[in-house]
Design a binder for this molecule. Structure first.
Ligand SMILES: [Zn+2]
Length: 433
């Protein structure tokens, strides 16, 4: 690849116009640098440009780009025809594209770049190339060569960068995190990592802090397109530091461990929902609808309708469906002795059906008010050996601890992460001075 580029630039030095010829080949082999749609603009499906071909130069420069934004209910065919592409031309392009990307998958807001070429004495234009980006990681190119269309996927070159962020909590971790520039996803992951040990409603005090190293994916122009993994996560609670490291074991499981190689993962999450407040505890209470005193066999978390509910632990969906006064209800079986149940849901998450495997922290449904309920909340139960127990008082079996060469490999990784951490904080200090 590098050699090809070298040759291309050599030719460019010899004769400037040869660049067009090289680029027109690139259109048919979009492997290298096609995130700029301009390259498609100057390229032509025609043969090599000869130096005296003035008319062809005019034709070349007349190729133009048109950027379309998909609207609600738009079809690709309609969009292309609206852009004056001849229907037969559009159909062929779409057929070529559907080999790798179905035209139905286009979504409102998506950008489509067309390279068009006017036709002499015709109302329609010739579609030279089309670029659709289904996600931040790839582009799909449909290019025409002598009346035939071909589609290719081009991975966008994203750069992964480690970023350091730190902050002091004044009101909530969420507010402090956003203020420090953390992405929503990173913040949600951070909360998830500590949710085994930290009760985010009760344990957070004014002046507590967080410190995190996480990855960001950048496009060539420097724009951050998505957040990556958290590498080091630290929380300072009442002056006590709690630092965790991301590590993947040889059998392929990724987890967060303290410096001794002990996993922080517990069998069950204490709170299977983010940022919710307990509106009703476990035990005897006067029932808000029935009016008499009875046992409340779970915890109620007040939260807005649609708030995601997480699986409290790894396991299987034992039941997902309507269940009397519980409304829309899910029960998960985690191991021989523990089950968890979630009631009054607005709806289930995609793929949540009886018998399905779920992972801890996976979204299983959304808060609602179905069944006998006075307003949107999650009713959460932990069943131990067939009986409901107080989720706050159960002893949660601990996660895995690293030993032997796995522990040695982990310590090496920690040393690397510590070095990275030191470098990043030093850079930051230098920048702030
Ligand atoms: Zn309840």
């Amino acid at each position: 690849m590098r050699r090809t580029l070298y040759i291309a630039s050599a030719i460019t030095v010899v004769a400037g116009f040869a660049l067009f010829a090289m680029d027109s080949e690139n259109v048919n082999l979009p492997g290298s640098d096609i995130d700029s749609s301009r390259k498609l603009t100057i390229s032509s499906p025609s043969k090599t440009l000869s130096s005296d071909s003035a008319t062809e130069s005019i034709q070349l420069s007349s190729i133009y780009d048109e950027v379309l934004i998909v609207g609600r209910g738009d079809t690709l065919m309609a969009l292309l025809v609206d852009a004056d592409v001849a229907p037969a031309n559009a159909e062929m392009a779409i057929r070529a594209m559907s080999q790798i990307y179905k035209p139905r998958q286009i979504k409102p807001g998506q950008k489509i770049v067309l390279s068009l070429k006017p036709k002499l004495r015709a109302k329609t234009v010739d579609l030279v190339a089309m670029k659709i980006s289904p996600n931040v990681e790839q582009d799909i190119f449909v290019t025409q060569k002598a009346g035939n269309f071909a589609a290719t996927v081009v991975k966008r070159p994203l750069t992964k960068l480690a970023v350091h962020s730190t902050g002091t909590i004044e009101s909530s971790l969420y507010v402090a995190g956003i203020k420090a520039g953390l992405h929503h996803e990173t913040l949600a992951e951070f909360i998830q990592i500590f949710s085994f040990d930290v009760d985010f409603q009760r344990d957070i005090r004014h002046g507590d802090g967080f410190d995190v190293i996480y990855e960001e994916y950048l496009e060539r122009n420097g724009a951050v397109v998505k957040a990556g993994n958290i590498l080091v996560a630290e929380m300072t609670l009442s002056g006590k530091k709690n630092r965790l490291y991301r590590y993947k074991t040889r059998d392929g499981f990724t987890d967060y461990y303290n410096s001794k190689g002990q996993s922080v993962r517990k069998a069950l999450l204490r709170t299977p929902i983010d940022g919710a407040r307990i509106s009703s505890g476990f035990g005897k209470r006067r029932h808000p609808i029935l009016g008499y005193t009875r046992m409340h066999k779970g915890l109620d978390f007040a939260a807005r309708r649609g708030t995601p509910v997480y699986a409290a632990g790894d396991g299987f969906v034992e039941y997902a469906g309507r269940k009397g006064s519980y409304g829309k209800y899910i029960r998960l079986r985690h191991n021989g002795s523990f089950k968890t149940a979630y009631a009054h849901m607005h709806r289930y998450a995609k793929g949540i059906r009886n018998g399905r495997r779920v992972h801890q922290g996976q979204i299983i449904g959304y808060v609602g008010s179905t069944g006998r309920s006075t307003g949107p909340h999650l009713h959460y139960e932990v069943h131990k050996n067939g009986r409901q127990v107080n989720p706050r008082s159960i002893k949660l079996p601990a996660g895995r601890n690293l030993t032997g060469h796995e522990l040695r490999a982990f310590k090496t990784k920690v040393a690397t992460l510590k070095k990275q951490y030191a470098n990043l904080t030093a850079q930051k200090l230098a920048k702030n001075q």
